[in-house]
Structure formats: C-alpha cells, structure tokens
Design a protein. Structure first.
Length: 179
C-alpha cells in the first residue's frame, strides 16, 4: 500500500470519528455534558473540547496556519483561564482544574469543534507523500514522522470518544458502540 493510500484511509477514519464526536455533542443534554461521576473523571464537555483542541493544534502543524483557538480568541470569549495545561489543550491540568473549566453552551462548543475538525481534515487532504513522511513536532516536544503522529492522534481521539460513550452510558444514554 502506498503512503498516499495509508493517508487516505487515516483521513477517512478521522472524519468518521469527528462526525461521531459531533453527533455526541448534539445527543447529550446540557446536564449530561457537564456532569462527571467523580472527582477524577472529567465531564463529556472536557473530552469534546480536548479533542477539538488537538485537532486545532494538528491543523496548525499540518497547514502552517494559526489555530482557530488563537485566531478567534476563543479562550477569551469563553472566559477560560490563562493556564490550560500543555499546549493549551488540557494536558496536565489537575482533575479539579479540568472539571472547573467554564465550558460554553453546546452550540458554541459544537461550532468550535466543527471548525477545528474541518481545518484538520482539509489540512490532511492537502498533504502529499513526501510531506507526510517528514519529521514534525509531535505536539509533545519530540520529532516524529508526521504520518505516525497523525495516526497516534487518531487513536487518542478515539480513546476520548470511548470515554464520552461510557459517560453517556452511565447516564442512561447510548453511544455508537452500544449493542
């Protein structure tokens, strides 16, 4: 399989995951979106926001264009704290900090997610075989082959999707993995 074939498969699978994340935000109530079962489990809103932030950061790496989060001054609009963990994406926030983020209403969060996901999908769609095999910052301060890093990103957001679906299930809802 050629590199471009691998990239096409990754792009298609990532688009499906993005759609599932967007479906999730539409299907949960405001109470479910911000509820968390205990002090060490962030709410669904955190998982959604975190996935959007990573998509936004990857879109910047891949396209070279500034992140939507920064371009639109989203943190200011949403009254988020200045310190949002590594990469302003929630990594390394304490459980208390993650749970206390002032998530916006569903429509505002969904609008941000749609934009960040679209930006990443477009950026990946513009990649070629040579570019996707170059080393790039893996968003953890290391150099790695871009295709490998994007594949790890795909796994990362799917783990968060699983957490969202588990939280929905605890609240009596259904997810895409429900049998």
């Amino acid at each position: 399989m050629a590199t471009s074939d691998h990239l096409s498969v990754l792009a298609a699978r990532l688009a499906i995951t993005h759609r599932q994340l967007l479906d999730a935000i539409e299907q949960v109530s405001d109470d479910d979106r911000t509820w968390h079962p205990g002090p060490t489990s962030p709410p669904i809103a955190f998982h959604l926001w975190h996935c959007g932030r990573f998509a936004d950061r990857w879109a910047e790496v891949v396209s070279g264009h500034p992140q939507r989060w920064k371009r639109e001054e989203t943190a200011v609009k949403w009254a988020f704290p200045a310190a949002l963990g590594r990469g302003d994406a929630g990594m390394e926030l304490s459980d208390e900090e993650a749970g206390a983020l002032p998530f916006p209403p569903r429509d505002q969060l969904a609008t941000y997610l749609r934009g960040a996901f679209s930006d990443l999908e477009q950026a990946i769609g513009a990649l070629d075989d040579e570019t996707v095999l170059r080393d790039a910052d893996d968003l953890f301060g290391n150099q790695a082959v871009l295709l490998d890093s994007l594949t790890r990103h795909y796994g990362h957001v799917n783990r968060h999707l699983g957490m969202i679906e588990a939280l929905r299930g605890v609240r009596g809802g259904h997810g895409t993995a429900t049998t």
